[in-house]
Design a protein around this ligand. Sequence first.
Ligand code: S3P
Length: 445
Amino acid sequence: MHPDKPEALRARKALPLKGSAAVPGDKSVSQRALILGALAEGETRITGLLESGDVHSTAGALRAFGAELTRNGPGRWRVRGTGVGNWRPPKAPLDFGNSGTGSRLVMGAMATTPITAVFTGDASLRSRPMARVVEPLLAFGVRYEGQGPKALMPLTLHGAAGAREVDYHVKIASAQVKSALLLAMQNVAGESSVTQDTLTRDHTEKMLKAFGGDVRVTPLANGGERIDTRCAQLRGCEVEVPRDPSSAAFPLVAALIVPGSEISLPAILLNPRRTGLIETLLEMGADIRVSNRRVSGGEEIGDLLVRHSRLKGAIVPAARAPSMIDEYPILAVAAAFAHGKTVMMGLEELRVKESDRLAAILAGLYANGVHAHESENNLTVEGMAKVPGDGLVKTHMDHRIAMSFLTLGLASEKPVIVDDAAMIATSFPEYRDLMARLGAVMETV
Ligand code: S3P
């Protein structure tokens, strides 16, 4: 997604939010459904696909590798894959826009096929470190040329021929790195493994199994896990994409902080590795009720009912970070309206997201009169009875910073302006309309 011009948006104090909000499909699951569909043999039928900038970027790259992707209706896509190892070399550089997940997972997926591809993206993606993915891939015999020691984009990746098996320990708590390795391992004859000391989102493992992959997960004594896998021909299947909890987080927190609100959020993905925000908000006293828990498309889902709540500060342990890694900006906003102080620990990964999110959160809070500080990757937010607002927030090409501070503006004393709301379309194109249906009107400035 490359919006031509920044679009400033203003949010002001809202009347009570009411109604039901159908948030779009999960970004992580949508990306994986397209990538696995493109690797598999035969046809994959997807429903509920997120149709956002990031997902379109990945779709474009997969077409360039030779997969056929067709849109049959809203969220209904058909993918005809090439079979593992049969991707062809793209004729032009692959533009992944803002999508870290798309670019990193596709690097893994092509790494053990002897083809060359050039990866690029927007200014945000070009400044994000890719060494964390390409260095582990060197173990398969991959070669690359990137920009500087962090292997920034544009980056040229030469996939390996006849790659050998690899046992790799992933040190950082990243589902993207784990997933890139697992995808690369699908074209390696022998038995390979990935171990990780922390439990990161497991959508790749689950979906590989649904596509007929040979994947075995073993818990480790240290709380981590080992994933063993070997080459098995992946076959297209049906994928039902659940609704994205990371997108639901914005209307959810809006309902918690706007007095008198009561909203429902049906059919939200409740994979336990994605529910750290809900767990934290419940500890803070949030009135969130989960009902009708069920399994859909191999994932746990449930309906949420959220009411305005008197929140109190909380200590959020570092161990919880992987299960809510994308939710710290919106948690910081909830914390600003809580009674007492909230301390969020172990946030070093926030520095390498779509922006340096730790810096962007602090600057956004400061601009709106909220006291917060950072030390040793811990963020402390002092809650206030009344949040002043009146800030102009810099989004730094980060969709979640934009939505978080628009949320703050719905309950602060004075309106909040975010300098560029166009990036919201990378993950949640219907955000503004959906919020308007709940009663929150945001104005273009
Ligand atoms: C994602 C993993 C996380 C997350 C990102 C989506 C995924 O990134 O922040 O939005 O789909 O695997 P890391 O793997 O870098 O933690």
